[in-house]
Structures are given as C-alpha cells and as structure tokens.
Design a protein around this ligand. Structure first.
Ligand code: ATP
Ligand code: MG
Length: 414
C-alpha cells in the first residue's frame, strides 16, 4: 500500500473497531493506483460526525454541516467525511442539502468523475462501482452518470474535468466533452473563488499548457462570472511551454506576456478570481516592466532605474521569464544576461537599504532635515544601483555631502 495511505491506516482501524465502515476515497485512491504522489488522504465513513469527534479527541469540525471533521493523528490531518448524498442543487452550484447515508456506493455516486469515485479499504480492496479503474487504465475523464445532469448540478465540475485531464494527461470521454461544450455557459453561476482555485491548480500543475488550451477550446474561458471582455486569448506560441518554468506565478507572467490580451483586461479578469492585491501586483508588476523595457536604451543607468521602479522581485521574475522564453523578450539574450548581472550587483532597492540614514546625513551636513534629504538619498540610490557608487557608509556620506553642497549652490536655498 502507498506510504501515505499506510500512515493513515490507524484512522480506518479506530473507526472499524468502533463498528463503523471506513474507506480511503477520492484523489488519494486515484493517485495511489496511478503511482503518483498522494496529496491529501481523505476518508469516508458510516460514522456520523458526532461519533467521529468522540473517537478522535483531537479534531476540528471543519465542515460539520456537510459531514466533514478534520482529525489529527500522529501530527497529520485527515478529513473524515460521513457517507452522504447531495440533493437540491440550486443555481448550478453546490448542493443546498446533504443527507447522510449508510452505503459507500451512494457516497461514491455523488462524486464527479469515475476516477475520483473509487474507495479503498484497510486491506487495499477496491470499491469501484463506476469503472474508475478501467478509465484510469484507458486514461479517460468521464462523469459519473449523465454528464449533462452532473454539470448542471455543479458547473464547476467542467473546470475540474479540464484540470484533471491536463494534470493526469488524460482525454475527456467524448460524451463528457460534448456535454461540457453544451453547458460551458453555466460557469457564470459559479463563485469566482472556486474557479480561481481550480485555475491556479491548472496553471501551477503538471501540464499548464494543455490545461490552458483545453480551457480556451472548451469555451469555459469566456464564461466566468467576470468575463474577459477584451478580444484575444490567453495562449502561448507553438514551442513555448509554460511547464518549462517551475510551478509558480512566473507561469502566469509568461502566459500574459505571450498572449494578445491587453494587460488591463487580463488584470481585471484575474482580479475577479479573488487572488488578492499582493499576488496580482506580483504578476502584473513584471508585466508593466515588460512593457517599459521595450524601446528602452540598453544602458546600465536605464536598467537600474527600471529595476528600482519595479523592485527586486519583479525584476528577477521578469528576467527569469525572458531567459526561459527569449522569443518574448524585447531585447536579445545577451542583453538579458547583462541585465541579470547588473541586477545582482544592485546593493539596495530602497533608501532604507543604504548604509547611510537621513539623520546621520543631516548631522554631518550641519543642516536641518528637510526634503533635500529625500532627494539626496534618491540620488545615492540611483548611483549605487547603476554601479557608480558602493553602498558603504563613508563613500555614501562623502557623495551625499557633495550633492547637498551642489544643491545649496544651486537654486535650493533651504
Ligand atoms: P486533488 O489531488 O487535486 O486534490 P482530489 O480528487 O483530491 O484531487 P478534491 O477537490 O480534493 O480533488 O476533492 C476530493 C474528492 O471529492 C474528489 O476526488 C471527488 O471525489 C470529490 N469532489 C470534489 N469536488 C467535487 C465536485 N464539485 N463534485 C463532485 N465531487 C467532487
Ligand atoms: Mg484533494
């Protein structure tokens, strides 16, 4: 048995000893059978949530209304969910009601795809009423039951179908694919955070390129609650593989840099998924830099200014993306290489990182602090960034006094 499942056996045993049925279910069974790394180990049981909580003193009632209790054992967390069916789906979304049942088969029947609708017991025996194992072997994502009905119950399943197909390298069963195309418009009823979470798993998953292609080809792309209003499509040119980048937001940066979607539309579309301002800034900052870099003179000063304006992380992310995909870059690869060296040599990105502070400067200059301090510090920052001045206290102070002196001789009379 797969290692993570083995570790979780004490949970199944404790439930069994108390007279309940207990199974591994869903993704962990699928991944164990495929020989892929198992993520979360989910457990389904005939025990009601109160009984589960009584058996596992360390627990958190994470989804108690839907029958889910998180139990902690040997430093690990498991979601233990009472066998249930779902009913009264409203507005093409998650069910309004769940009902607890006594048969694992009924629980498996509510699940989305055959490969996700298998259960395994403590002896490794498989419960597979919908042919999940055969679909795993054939490499097929197929809805449990009638696909039109299943997508109408919960339209997010369409996005999940695309995600699992890309992640596992599977095809969609023809009937599932046709139903998906027919029902794509229902995605508008789905909460944007849920779509956002799935999208992230696609772009950060094992085959982001196929995921994006399927998402666009299925039509789902244009059917989210906050639709992409601009023309164009998120797409990479042939031969460019997002998957060549480590899983992370650089993939999002590369995708938008490669696409013909205007930046503002892309940003508005992504903000619809509740990714948070910080994260969006981390993606669109480098894209702003990207726009500004084209047509910029190839000088150390110009690059240092650009890098200072956007910060270390955005600059590094942008360079990494340009390095991975030179075809996207507004400048040739050797320029990118030089800019990377210059970036690495930049000692400070904010005045606070300089080895000189405003108070020391004011005291040394024998002047009252004022706007001149900021101006001087900014200048020092730019000069260190361009490699013309080391970030050392003495050198900085000397140069600062010189600058302050120039300023005093000039029009500034403070
Ligand atoms: P992953 O490795 O991506 O977590 P997973 O199969 O564990 O894959 P989850 O989203 O964690 O996916 O869901 C756990 C299980 O719950 C699924 O395997 C599936 O059986 C069921 N499930 C999840 N979401 C739905 C849904 N929208 N409709 C029906 N069943 C679902
Ligand atoms: Mg999971």
């Amino acid at each position: 048995m797969e290692a993570k499942l083995k570790e979780a056996l004490p949970v199944l045993r404790r439930l069994a000893e108390a007279g309940y049925q207990a199974w591994f279910v869903g993704g962990c069974v699928r991944d164990a059978l495929l020989g892929r790394p198992v993520g979360d180990v989910d457990i389904a049981t005939s025990a009601r949530p109160e009984a589960v909580m009584a058996l596992f003193p360390k627990h958190a009632p994470t989804g108690i209304r839907h029958g889910t209790v998180t139990v902690f054992l040997d430093g690990r967390a498991y979601e233990v969910t009472t066998f249930r069916t779902e009913s009264a789906y409203e507005d093409f979304r998650r069910p309004a009601e769940v009902a607890f049942v006594d048969d694992i088969r009924d629980d498996l029947g509510r699940r989305d795809f055959t490969v996700n609708a298998m259960a395994m017991d403590a002896e490794g025996r498989l419960m597979d009423p919908f042919g999940g194992r055969a679909d795993l072997e054939r490499g097929v994502i197929r809805c449990v039951g009638d696909p039109d009905e299943r997508f109408r119950e919960d339209a997010l399943r369409m996005v999940r179908a695309v995600r699992f197909a890309a992640e596992l390298g599977f095809r969609l069963a023809p009937s599932t694919w046709r139903a998906l195309r027919r029902n794509a418009g229902l995605l508008r009823h789905i909460a944007t955070e849920r779509i956002g979470a799935e999208l992230d798993k696609m772009v950060l998953g094992s085959d982001p390129d196929r995921a994006v292609r399927l998402f666009v080809r299925s039509g789902l792309w244009r059917e989210t609650k906050a639709p992409l209003e601009a023309p164009g499509e998120p797409a990479c040119a042939d031969g460019m593989r997002l998957g060549a980048l480590e899983a992370g937001d650089r993939r999002w940066i590369a995708l938008w840099a490669a696409s013909n979607v205007p930046r503002d539309s892309a940003k508005r579309w992504m903000s619809g998924f509740a990714y948070g301002k910080r994260r969006l800034d981390g993606i669109f900052g480098p894209l702003d830099l990207h726009a500004e870099a084209s047509g910029m003179p190839d000088s150390r000063e110009a690059w240092a200014e650009l890098a200072l304006r956007h910060g270390r992380k955005a600059s590094e992310d942008w360079l990494a993306v340009m390095r991975a995909f030179p075809a996207l870059s507004p400048v040739p690869p050797d320029t990118i290489g030089r800019w990377a060296d210059w970036l690495e040599a930049m000692p400070a990105f904010t005045a606070a990182e300089l080895e000189l502070d405003g108070r020391t400067l004011a005291a040394a200059a024998g002047r009252r602090p004022g706007p001149w301090i900021r101006r001087t510090m900014d200048r020092l920052l730019r000069e260190t960034a361009a490699g013309r001045l080391p970030n050392e206290r003495r050198a900085l102070l000397e140069r600062a006094l010189e600058l302050a002196e120039d300023e005093r001789d000039g029009k500034d009379g403070t």
